[in-house]
Ligand binder design. Structure first.
Ligand code: AGP
Length: 611
């Protein structure tokens, strides 16, 4: 999510760190900072906003030194402020560190370390790691590497940690549990980065750390250990990519990269929100149970893809809580004189957190006395200031204009929220909550399985790229998937595409069917399966081409499909999280077949800040 750079060598570190951070700017960030050691002291500079703000700051100050670390932050815990920007330091200012990922047990550690007398200067999860390492060094009189090796056993969650200590000014210590981090060494220098573009100027031979490894990076040398402290021989990878390919992680486009990031995105959005007892834990939502019990109606407002996430969420919320849910396009909501009072809960969904219509809708809802929860991917965005509570999706910055990974993250967050309401209002048996959460925890691996369809979808895209029209159909939550599949296709390939509830087809849109028209059918939830099969028969009878997204191994689906895209099974209400992926890939590959740019479709903007 965030960008990391580290340098130890003979040259001044600052310009090299800034240059490396500039190379990572494409990822998106909301603050930046550096820490450099000189004369046995660590100096830091941290600024909210663009890298230019940090550059202005370091130009004003003198930050000499030949070892340092830098970070571009995409906020997850604590808003995008100077204080929350990395690097973070311990109480004595001896250790500085930067971090990518989410430390799940930060609250427990913060409480423990505060009791021991540590003083915290930020609202981040990251800062606990600096104080934890300080306390270990203090207790054991050990080296930075030994302290990091001990700290990684205490820290829960995902972290790429990069640390320096003014007591050991010749080395950078790096630890990886999940988020990628790369180290390298070349003529008298040692390097660290979260992404290859930040290293390419210095070396093409890099060591991507494996999960659960620690590295000590010195001038011209790198030593790697496993979390048990045993030295290991890491493979060195030679990078052939040019800078542009490196920014896209070797993918042709950001959209494809973002589609392939989805297993991690689902994992991150679940992280820290499921406790060991099989309950949902949403620390961000602090309404008391009485308020939650008093909710009489939920209203979901959103636009575009976020609206489709809301459409799927309506099913989950109603099923788990028995509270009626209204779904509104944010652009229509306040003009229809909606019935709202203080017993209503309004959910505003916006990946950007800046969509003008959604902001206006939730402000209106607040004026009418309703409580508002926002689901967004951007910490510090406008929607977070207007809502009473915010549930963040942890998708990381999305650069492709077409929403992909943020949609999956919204579906996960909304399902968690629906379960949370059911759990707190006691409308769900604890056993059912636990079972559903277990199914959710299996999703990241299942998303990975769905991504294996890449080649099949690529072939389908070749076959249908010249179609003039596409129809997408589904039932229940599958309708939301169908609408999203159609939106993805039309916004990037410019092919006319309609998303339809399958049962509604015969009331009008079936007139569009003729031999050769591709119809994508999303075959979800067991209860609607037979009805979907019947609808697909209707489609086939008109000579249309049938592309089925269906549960793996179903012979009836196989018999009906011209093109079958099989996905693993999950609980019906979770199925959009898997079923959407082949449709994202289909839109992407058709767009490539047509020679169009998927990342930058015409007429569209990533944030729609006008009404
Ligand atoms: C999605 O691919 C579109 N670019 C668009 O429909 C988008 O979902 C819509 O503008 C809403 O954006 P938001 O989630 O930032 O509010």
């Amino acid at each position: 999510m965030c960008g990391i750079v580290g340098y130890v060598g003979a040259d001044q570190a600052l310009p090299l760190l800034v240059e490396g951070m500039e190379r990572l700017e494409y990822r998106g960030y909301d603050s930046a900072g550096v820490a450099i050691i000189e004369n046995g002291k660590i100096a830091t500079a941290r600024k909210a906003g663009r890298l230019d703000a940090l550059i202005d700051e370091v130009e004003r100050r003198d930050l000499p030194g030949t070892i340092g670390i830098g970070h571009t932050r995409w906020a997850t815990h604590g808003g995008p402020t100077d204080e929350n920007a990395h690097p973070h330091v311990d109480c004595s200012g001896t250790i500085a560190l930067v971090h990518n990922g989410i430390i799940e047990n930060h609250d427990v550690l913060r409480a423990r370390l505060s009791r021991e007398g540590h003083r915290f200067a930020s609202a981040t999860d990251t800062e606990v790691a600096a104080h934890l390492i300080e306390s270990i060094i203090h207790e054991r009189s050990c080296s930075l590497r030994e302290a990091v090796l001990e700290a990684v056993d205490v820290l829960e969650g995902a972290f790429a940690l990069v640390c320096i200590s003014s007591d050991e000014p010749d080395r950078i210590v790096v630890a990886r549990q999940e988020p990628p981090i790369i180290v390298g060494a070349a003529d008298g220098i040692g390097l660290v980065a979260s992404d290859i573009p930040a290293l390419l100027k210095h070396t093409r031979d890099v060591i991507p750390l494996d999960n659960r490894q620690v590295a000590e990076v010195l001038r011209g040398a790198v030593t790697v250990f496993d979390f048990e402290g045993n030295e290991v021989e890491p493979p060195v990878v030679h990078v052939e990519w040019d800078m542009e390919a490196a920014e896209k992680g070797g993918y042709e486009d950001f959209m494809l990269k973002e589609i392939f990031e989805q297993p991690e995105v689902v994992r991150n959005t679940l992280r820290g929100r499921v406790d060991l007892g099989g309950r949902v834990r949403l620390d961000e939502v602090h309404w008391d149970d009485e308020t939650l019990q008093g909710i009489t109606k939920v209203v979901v407002v959103a636009c575009g893809t976020s609206f489709h996430a809301g459409m799927a969420a309506k099913h989950s919320i109603e099923h788990y809580t028995r509270i009626p849910v209204e779904l509104d396009l944010a652009s229509e909501f306040r003009y229809r004189d909606p019935v709202l009072d203080e017993t209503c809960l309004v959910i505003g969904i916006a990946q950007s957190g800046e969509t003008a219509d959604t902001l206006a809708a939730i402000r209106y809802a607040k004026e009418m006395g309703a409580s508002v929860v926002a689901i967004t991917n951007v910490v510090g965005s406008s929607i977070t200031r207007d809502a009473d509570a915010v549930l963040f999706t942890h998708a990381g910055p999305e650069i492709g204009v077409a929403a992909t990974k943020t949609f999956l993250a919204q579906l996960v967050a909304l399902n968690l929220f629906a379960l949370y309401l059911g759990q707190q209002r006691l409308s769900m048996e604890p056993q059912k909550v636990a079972e559903t959460l277990a199914a959710m925890e299996a999703l990241p691996d299942q998303v990975e399985e769905v991504l294996l369809l890449e080649d099949e979808v690529r072939r389908a895209a070749k076959r249908y790229a010249d179609a003039r029209d596409f129809i997408f159909i589904g039932r229940g939550v599958g309708t939301a998937v169908a609408l999203e599949g159609a939106l993805k296709l039309k916004e990037i390939s410019y092919i006319h595409a309609e998303g339809y509830p399958a049962g509604e087809l015969k009331h009008g849109a079936i007139a569009l069917l003729e031999p050769g028209v591709p119809v994508v059918a999303v075959m979800t939830g067991a209860k609607l399966y037979d009805k979907m099969l019947a609808n697909v028969e209707e489609v086939r009878a008109r000579g249309a081409e049938v592309i089925l997204v269906a549960p793996r191994g179903d012979e009836r689906a196989r018999a009906l499909a011209d093109q079958l895209l099989e996905v693993p099974s999950t609980k019906p209400l979770l199925s959009p999280i898997l079923d959407t992926i082949p449709l994202q890939l289909l839109a992407y590959f058709i767009t490539k077949e047509k020679g169009l740019p998927p990342d930058k479709p015409r007429n569209l903007a990533k944030s729609v800040t006008v009404e």
